[in-house]
Write a protein that binds this ligand. Structure first.
Ligand SMILES: Cc1cc2nc3c(=O)[nH]c(=O)nc-3n(C[C@H](O)[C@H](O)[C@H](O)COP(=O)(O)OP(=O)(O)OC[C@H]3O[C@@H](n4cnc5c(N)ncnc54)[C@H](O)[C@@H]3O)c2cc1C
Length: 416
């Protein structure tokens, strides 16, 4: 049986990138094998950024990472967003950085990212074996024996890059954690992040499909996280980039089955409540208005109607019925509209997994397992999750570069 120098488990962002680094150095054809359980590699990569792939973020700093931010710091300090963009340039992929720091391929096609990785892998003779799920890994005296759904594989070094549990329709699963716990590793609790919020539906339902710019805060008895940006009302709750960005707090709360969690919307983050009151007061002199269209021209019509309903005003009531007390309540609601959170859309709707293999079980300089020498880990399987905005792919690419370097120095020490 062939013994590969490096076997990579998982043909996702981290696995494909590591394969390029390994194949560039291990020049003997057939020394790198990539195993992927799905019919094709890179399925999740193709879905990133709604198909445009937010490949990195030049503001990737430890504060944008959770779980084990110290591991993110160690990994990113060895391979930065700038290194990532330079690496992809060597693959022929041109990227552009937007004013907010988010980086995208200039073609705005996630498929271009995958194509460029695969073209290089094919040119360098990396063997790609799809429809092959790794079921178990054993460490022997001379290396590793992997049992897979298509037979056994021998390897001198192994990179486990199987991703996390998020987005099962794109290959997300708990496989990687199971493979690693069988080898003695442990993990922190898993929960979804960058996920839609489920809320009480009394008011959101009537605003379904409407996008607004707002400040959203998710608040529990222990934590509060806020973000300003686009939110989307849905029939089950609140989605959109800003809601997804603060969802980690709600998902962690949901996991712990604690008491209250609320999402609070500030529809006018730039304005004071008193200013809104004055403005509303002025609007009461507009001719021919009822509560149904009192806010028309100031707010999205359906949002305005729902706001008035939320303070108990019937649509047909004349505007003259609105007292100063009502207007104050309305201005307050515009700044502090509270939606009780009932949960999240779970791993099925999530972009990333929070939690994972404990950071203290890997060497931060190489991502080699401290328990199983010769085994390396990269990507979402580790206990690091980033904010929405290119941070998660960046961690996957950085981890791939660091682990590949560690594998190469181990292999070179063994004179492969
Ligand atoms: C819809 C969506 C949009 C996203 N958009 C962005 C974005 O724009 N920017 C960003 O930074 N992040 C984004 N993310 C997050 C990002 O895609 C992931 O964090 C990243 O892909 C993780 O890389 P990975 O290599 O660790 O795992 P993955 O890319 O998930 O790859 C793991 C691979 O391993 C395979 N595998 C698993 N178990 C086995 C096994 N036992 N045997 C063989 N193969 C196995 C899986 O099938 C999969 O192909 C998005 C995620 C989703 C779901």
């Amino acid at each position: 049986m062939t013994c590969y120098s490096a076997v990579i488990v998982g043909g996702g962002a981290a696995g494909l990138t590591a394969a390029v680094f390994l194949a560039r150095e291990l020049k003997n054809a057939g020394s790198v094998l990539l195993l992927e359980k799905q019919p094709r590699v890179g399925k999740k990569l193709l879905a990133t950024g709604n198909g445009t792939c937010n490949i990195s973020n030049i503001h990737a700093a430890p504060a944008r990472y959770h779980g084990a931010p110290e591991l993110a710091k160690a990994v990113l300090s060895q391979f930065s967003p700038e290194d990532t963009l330079a690496f992809f340039e060597t693959l022929g992929l041109e990227c552009t950085t937007r004013p907010d720091g988010k980086c995208y391929p200039v073609s705005e096609q996630a498929s271009a990212v995958l194509d460029c990785l695969r073209l290089e892998l094919s040119a360098r003779g990396v063997e790609e074996r799809c429809d092959t799920a790794v079921l178990g890994i054993k460490k022997g005296k001379d290396g590793f024996l992997l049992s897979t759904s298509t037979g056994e594989v021998k390897a001198k070094t192994v990179l486990l890059a199987p991703g996390g549990a998020a987005a099962p329709s794109l290959g997300g699963s708990s496989d990687g954690y199971a493979l690693l716990t069988d080898l003695g590793h442990t993990r922190t609790p898993l929960f979804p992040s960058i996920v839609q919020l489920r809320t009480d539906t009394t008011f959101v339902r009537s605003m379904k499909g409407i996008r607004v710019d707002a400040r959203i805060s998710v608040k529990t008895d222990r934590e509060v996280k806020a973000e300003t940006g686009e939110i989307l009302f849905t029939d089950y709750g609140i989605s959109g980039p800003a809601a997804m960005q603060v969802s980690r707090v709600a998902a962690d709360w949901e996991r712990q089955k604690r008491e209250d969690c609320v999402a609070i919307l500030d529809l006018f983050p730039e304005r004071e409540e008193q200013e809104l009151f004055t403005l509303l007061k002025r609007r009461t002199s507009l001719p021919g208005r009822t509560c149904e269209n009192f806010l028309t021209g100031f707010l999205n019509k359906r949002v305005g109607q729902t706001l008035l309903r939320s303070i108990g005003k019937s649509p047909n009531a004349p505007v003259t019925d609105l007292t100063d007390r009502d207007l104050k309540q309305l201005a307050g609601q515009m700044k502090n509209w509270v939606f009780p959170v009932t949960g999240t859309n779970g791993f099925g709707g999530a972009q990333v997994t929070a939690g994972g293999i404990r950071a203290n079980e890997v060497e931060p300089t190489t991502l080699q397992s401290r328990l199983v020498p010769g085994l390396f880990l990269a990507g979402e399987v580790l206990d690091v999750d980033g904010d929405c905005g290119g941070f998660n792919l960046q961690f996957a690419f950085s981890g791939a570069a660091v682990a590949a370097k560690g594998m190469l120095s181990l292999l070179k020490g063994r004179q492969v």
